[in-house]
Design a protein around this ligand. Structure first.
Ligand code: C5P
Length: 247
C-alpha cells in the first residue's frame, strides 16, 4: 500500500499543512526538506521570502525601515523557485530573473531579513502569497509564524529549537560547506541578535503555537529529529497504522 496520503479524496478543499517553526539554525530547513520528500509534499521556505525582500530593497536602494516602500516590494516581489537535482540546494531562487540562491543564504541577508520582517505591513503583504503555496497533496511550511499566524489550522505544528551555541555551530558548518567564509563567534552573536529581534517584535513574534509539538534538538542528531517529526506527521495524516507493516 502506498504511504502517499490521498487526503484530497476525502477533503477536497483542505490541503494538509505541516508547520515547522523555530529559530535560526534549529535544523528546520533540513527537516522540512526531508519531510517534504518523504511525503511527496510541497515546501514553503518563508524565510527565503523575507531574505528576498531584503535583497530587493538593497538592489533598489530602499531603506530597511521604509515600511511602505518595503511592503510595496513584498507585494510585487518577482521571484521564482526552480526545483533542482541538487540535494544540498533543492531550490534555485531567482529574483527579477537573476539567480540569487547563494546570495540570500549569507548571514548578512539573514540580518536584513530579520529587519524587514519586523514590519507589520511587510508581513501582511506576504500572507496570501504564503498561503498560496498550500497545494495538493500537501505542504511543509518552514518559518517563524507558520503555526501561529499563516497556517493556524495546520494539521501538525512543530516548534524546533536548540541552544544558541549548537545552532551557531550548525550554521557555521553549513556556510563553511558552501564555501562561505564566516567566523563562529560572529555567527553566535548574529544568532543571538536575530533571536532577540524575532522573539521580541510586536508583529508575529517567534514563539511556539499553543498546540505545537516542542522538539529541542540540542542533543539530537538530524536523523533522530527527522524520525520523530516523520512519525508525528504520519500520525497526523492517519498513516501510522498503514506504514511499515510486516507482510
Ligand atoms: O529562516 P531564515 O533564517 O531564512 O529567516 C530569516 C529571517 O526572516 C528570520 O530571522 C526572521 O526574522 C524572518 N522570518 C520571519 N517569519 C518567517 C520566516 C522568517 O519573520 N515566517
Amino acid at each position: 500500500m502506498s504511504d502517499t496520503p490521498d487526503v484530497n479524496a476525502s477533503t477536497p478543499q483542505r490541503v494538509p499543512v505541516i508547520a515547522i517553526d523555530g529559530p535560526s539554525g534549529s535544523g528546520k530547513g533540513a527537516v522540512t526538506q526531508r519531510l517534504a520528500a518523504a511525503l511527496g509534499f510541497h515546501i514553503l521556505d518563508s524565510g527565503a521570502l523575507y531574505r528576498l525582500i531584503g535583497l530587493a530593497a538593497r538592489k533598489h536602494q530602499v531603506g530597511l525601515a521604509d515600511e511602505v516602500a518595503l511592503a510595496a516590494i513584498a507585494r510585487q516581489l518577482d521571484v521564482n523557485f526552480v526545483a533542482t537535482d541538487d540535494a544540498e540546494e533543492p531550490l534555485q531562487v531567482e529574483l527579477e530573473g537573476e539567480t540569487v540562491t547563494r546570495l540570500i543564504r549569507t548571514d548578512a541577508a539573514g540580518t536584513d531579513a530579520s529587519a524587514v520582517a519586523r514590519l507589520p505591513l511587510v508581513r501582511d503583504a506576504l500572507i496570501q502569497r504564503q498561503r498560496d503555496f498550500a497545494r495538493a497533496p500537501g505542504l511543509v511550511a518552514d518559518g517563524r509564524d507558520m503555526g501561529t499566524v499563516v497556517f493556524t489550522d495546520a494539521i501538525l505544528k512543530i516548534y524546533l529549537t536548540a541552544s544558541a551555541e549548537a545552532r551557531a555551530e550548525r550554521r557555521y558548518k553549513q556556510l563553511k560547506d558552501k564555501g562561505m567564509g564566516v567566523s563562529l563567534h560572529d555567527l553566535f552573536l548574529s544568532i543571538q541578535t536575530r533571536d532577540e529581534q524575532d522573539m521580541n517584535r510586536a508583529a508575529a513574534p517567534l514563539r511556539p503555537a499553543a498546540d505545537a509539538l516542542l522538539v529541542d534538538s540540542t542533543e539530537m542528531a538530524l536523523d533522530e529529529v527527522f524520525a520523530l517529526v516523520l512519525a508525528a506527521a504520519r500520525a497526523s495524516l492517519g498513516l501510522a497504522a498503514t506504514v511499515d507493516q510486516p507482510a
